[in-house]
Design a protein around this ligand. Structure first.
Ligand SMILES: NC(=O)c1ccc[n+]([C@@H]2O[C@H](COP(=O)([O-])OP(=O)(O)OC[C@H]3O[C@@H](n4cnc5c(N)ncnc54)[C@H](OP(=O)(O)O)[C@@H]3O)[C@@H](O)[C@H]2O)c1
Length: 308
């Protein structure tokens, strides 16, 4: 009898885990020949898988990375796995506003097209600071991408219809923004949640600003993925998380599907400013749809990065 219970319990656990990891694949087979895609942090995790999927559809893919060695290695892998030679990297450190400005200058000089910008790079919840004194999460995840997108916006408008996809996270719901302390850097989980909530507000306000100008904007929760984010933590935590991720998290290839969907789908294009999960439009908590807060964050971010 005991054996039977064990078998049933194992079977149920197996089915529950399988259901939890079930994710939708992007079924739209649209090609991207002649289009240029820029992916921040495309040297690992979800960004790299997105790069492979989009290069495979014929796009010219540029990954913007801070570590040249890692970037070169990733470019070799992306070329190999996508069967495309139209892949390259450019140097960008989102934790440094000077680096972002230099990158944009070089990019705009070298590249005539920008059809899809994917704001993918992120730092998990680490208590660290950017070169300009912002909390690492808020500085890299939100402010860095805010400045980058704004500086590249003229090229996106020239290449309209174009898209901006910003990787957010469903844990946005556990925090609200504190405008008295945007640079909050105390409890790591809260710091990360706030930066991902900022990504959502940013994506919505961008959609609002670019309405009717041929640029559309999407925020994506890719699902919890077995990526390399744990490398910023202790050995013990990494071992523990490896087991947890193996059981509950999806592969990066699967996590990239909603990003790919937002890059190619005509249906997604009807919902600029939307939040996407599992290759479909998803609901946000009411506070995360507050257009007043989104505008306030945009204006505060302009001041913080000295964008006139
Ligand atoms: N993994 C998940 O479960 C999950 C869940 C929800 C949302 N997301 C979101 O999905 C996106 C991708 O996550 P991931 O899990 O694939 O992360 P990841 O494997 O940790 O990759 C993050 C990427 O960002 C780059 N990066 C970090 N700081 C940078 C900087 N200052 N300048 C330029 N690049 C920088 C990293 O470069 P280095 O290799 O040089 O560090 C790396 O390529 C993130 O926005 C994340 O918030 C992930």
């Amino acid at each position: 009898m005991y054996l039977l219970y064990t078998i049933i319990a194992s079977l149920v656990s197996f089915l529950v885990l399988k259901w939890m990891k079930k994710r939708k694949y992007c079924t739209d087979s649209k090609r991207l020949d002649g289009k240029t895609v820029l992916i921040t942090g495309g040297n690992s995790g979800i960004g790299k898988e997105t790069a492979i999927a989009l290069a495979n559809r014929g796009a010219r893919v540029i990954i913007a990375c801070r570590d040249v060695e890692k970037a070169e290695k990733a470019v070799r892998e992306i070329k190999f796995r996508s069967h495309s030679l139209n892949v390259l990297h450019m140097e960008l450190d989102l934790a440094n506003l000077r680096s972002i400005r230099d990158f944009c200058k070089k990019f705009l000089q070298a590249e005539k097209r920008l059809d899809i910008l994917i704001n993918n790079a992120a730092m998990p919840s680490v208590l660290d600071w950017t070169d300009d004194g912002f909390s690492m999460c808020f500085g890299v995840n939100h402010l860095g991408h805010f400045l980058l997108t704004n500086l590249l916006l003229p090229r996106l408008k020239e290449c309209a219809p174009s898209r901006v996809i910003t990787l957010a996270c469903s844990i946005y719901k556990y925090q609200k923004l504190d405008f008295q302390d945007l640079n909050y850097n105390l409890l790591p989980f809260f710091t990360y949640s706030r930066s991902k909530l900022a990504n959502i507000y940013f994506s919505q306000e961008l959609a609002h600003i670019t309405e009717g100008k041929g640029v559309t904007s999407y925020a994506v929760h890719p699902g919890f993925a077995q990526s390399g984010w744990t490398c910023h933590y202790s050995f013990l935590f990494r071992i523990l998380m490896k087991a947890v991720m193996h059981m509950f998290f999806v592969s990066c290839e699967v996590a990239a599907q909603t990003v790919v969907y937002c890059a190619v789908s005509d249906d997604a294009a009807k919902h600029s400013g939307g939040f996407f999960v599992d290759c479909k439009l998803a609901n946000l908590r009411p506070f995360a749809k507050d257009a007043g807060v989104a505008k306030k964050l945009w204006e505060a971010s302009e001041r913080l990065v000295n964008l006139s």
